[in-house]
Design a binder for this molecule. Structure first.
Ligand SMILES: NC(=O)C1=CN([C@@H]2O[C@H](COP(=O)(O)OP(=O)(O)OC[C@H]3O[C@@H](n4cnc5c(N)ncnc54)[C@H](O)[C@@H]3O)[C@@H](O)[C@H]2O)[C@@H](O)CC1
Ligand SMILES: [K+]
Length: 547
């Protein structure tokens, strides 16, 4: 299966940093120097000619990183102005502040001060990072609004805003700006950095909701912490006990960011690519690639299921059977000829069909009709075969607690947000609430909660797709660059791709994760103007390129 990038919560990041320091191999000051140096380095890569820079330093270690950035850019010939807070930070940040103090002054962190003097070419936001716990207020809130261009008569938009770890105000556990309502008025605090430099690994909030838009280009800098996760953590005898929170982990499927350590961010190995392309010698018979059953509906409803079936064929299922109501069988007589047809009128007919043990994956929902889905699910779920539930099958689930109770760990549910809210109204409600405290409840929390509750893999669709398994493993797939993927039938194709991968033998979480990736790659390769019918036809190209 494709491997991606480990994504951390802020708690996990802190635990890893603490473990690194407790190991005695590195100090907090070293880490801060490396972090600040990574940010200064990225700024110099983006804008090689030294110019004017204003560095805004907050009260904690994020501010400490800012003082390092200021010192290193000054050394590189930049004209540096620093605005900071009159507080006593922790020892590392205090030391970095002192070192900067030997070079230059520190103005007060207010909008008035920011606006006085010459404009800068680059502004560095080092106000809050992973330590944010509540919405910014007072002077800091005004600065953040100002930086975001939302300062009314005092606001102007800053095109070259570089964020240290994250734009201040962004909750790195959820991707929401604390204090801003999700949805319509979420622009209230929306800082848009052109570049965000984060450390070691992306955090959940970089990839979800407002995170990607607010962070701009995301660069992940290696600050030398990866040993803390691949080797056992050794604690100094006199050091404090440290727990590294590692499992269950979250993975980004396709890193939408640049990284400074490519060894840890592999996309696919040769063996995995060979499997995907059917180049491995392990099965040359059509049945060795599985038999997918795509349940369809009544008359004039067959298009959605046909999209699913076509996608299942293209992704490489050995055989695909489409199963409409008998009244609709004739509608499916056209292309593709590779598709097999078999009428199923009721649960008994489905039971007959499922006596063929070679049918090893089922897709139910697209164009199925809610009543039909309800009846057929009651038969299909106890069979415990890998099954994708989409569209009408999700509506059927939301109306029938018995069906919900019959779900199992070979099921993949693919709801969009509206369907998710019908299935798990309490989780959706929590997700909808205005986040006033960090860590805020996230889409990842919601998908995980749903997966645990129903005992199945849940793929919560959106530009930021979250996929969660009942055992806590999760994947995030951001496809924010693909607005044209929001087109009728695209979800049916996704359901078909996942079904095909299940038929080929991938476990449900992997099938859902790889399915989301291939679906997005197909849309990206086609480009604007895409209709759902184009997606299955792009799959061969994606498979050829996967090497
Ligand atoms: N811990 C480490 O070893 C490292 C941390 N680094 C930096 O340290 C940052 C985290 O530092 P901190 O934990 O000090 O936290 P921050 O610097 O993000 O925040 C500072 C403090 O502000 C307070 N605060 C939170 N929300 C507030 C609000 N709305 N208004 C006013 N005050 C608020 C909190 O008490 C918090 O501790 C990371 O984002 C990263 O930039 C890097 O230097 C790398 C190494
Ligand atoms: K920041």
């Amino acid at each position: 299966m494709l491997t991606g990038t480990e994504v951390l919560t802020t708690t996990q990041m802190r635990a890893i940093e603490s473990a690194a320091m407790a190991s005695g191999k590195v100090t907090g000051l070293d880490l801060m120097e490396r972090a600040g140096s990574a940010v200064a380095g990225q700024i110099r890569l983006c804008w090689p000619k030294p110019g004017r820079v204003t560095v805004l330093c907050g009260p904690g270690n994020n501010g400490g990183d800012g003082y390092v950035v200021a010192r290193l850019l000054h050394r590189a010939g930049w004209r540096v102005r620093v605005l900071g807070m009159d507080n006593t930070p922790g020892p590392d940040a205090a030391e970095m502040k002192r070192r900067w103090g030997k070079i230059g002054g520190i103005g007060v962190l207010t909008v008035q001060e920011l606006r006085s003097g010459a404009k800068s070419d680059v502004y560095v936001d080092a106000i809050f990072g992973t330590g944010l716990t509540r919405p910014p207020e007072g002077d800091v809130e005004r600065i953040i609004r100002h930086l975001g261009g939302y300062g009314g008569d005092i606001g102007y938009y800053l095109p070259r805003l570089v964020a240290v770890d994250c734009p201040s105000g962004l909750c790195l556990d959820s991707g929401v700006m604390l204090g801003s309502r999700r949805g319509q008025d979420s622009t209230w605090y929306k800082l848009r950095a052109s570049l965000t430099v984060a450390f070691d690994s992306p955090k959940i909030g970089h990839l979800l909701e407002q995170g990607p838009e607010c962070c701009g280009t995301l660069a992940i800098a290696d600050i030398g912490l990866h040993q803390q996760r691949v080797s056992e953590v050794r604690i100094r005898k006199d050091g404090p006990p440290v727990t590294v929170v590692r499992r269950p982990y979250v993975e980004a499927i396709w890193p939408p960011f640049s990284v400074s350590d490519s060894r840890r961010y592999s996309d696919t190995t040769e063996r995995q690519a060979a499997w995907l392309q059917k180049r491995d010698a392990s099965g040359s018979h059509k049945y060795s690639h599985g038999h997918a059953l795509v349940v369809s509906g009544g008359p004039a409803k067959g298009g959605a299921a046909r999209l699913s079936a076509r996608a299942a064929l293209r992704i490489g299922a050995g055989l695909v059977t489409i199963a409409p109501h008998a009244d609709a069988l004739a509608e499916h007589a056209g292309q593709p000829d590779a598709l097999m047809r078999r009428a199923i009128d009721d649960a008994d007919a489905l039971r007959d069909l499922l006596t063929d043990a070679r049918i090893n994956a089922i897709c139910i929902g697209p164009g199925c009709g809610v009543d039909r889905a309800t009846a057929l699910l009651a038969e299909a779920l106890p069979a415990r075969r890998p099954i994708v539930l989409d569209a009408d099958a999700l509506t059927a689930l939301s109306r029938n607690p018995d069906l919900m109770a019959a779900l199992h760990d070979n099921c993949v549910l693919t709801p969009h947000m509206g369907e998710f809210a019908r299935l798990f109204p309490d989780l959706a409600e929590r997700l909808d609430a205005t986040p006033l405290q960090g860590p805020a409840y996230s889409k990842l929390d919601a998908a995980r909660g749903a997966a645990v509750r129903c005992g199945a893999v849940v793929l919560l669709k959106g530009p930021d797709t979250v996929i969660a398994a009942p055992d806590g493993r999760a994947r995030i797939h951001s496809a924010l660059d693909l607005p044209w993927l929001a087109t009728a039938g695209a979800g049916d194709v996704l359901a078909g791709i996942i079904t095909g991968l299940l038929a080929r033998g991938l476990p449900p979480l992997d099938a859902a994760g790889l399915g989301a990736l291939i679906h997005a790659k197909a849309a990206r390769a086609f480009g604007p103007g895409l209709i759902a019918d184009d997606l299955p036809e792009m799959i061969p190209q994606i498979l050829r390129e996967t090497a």
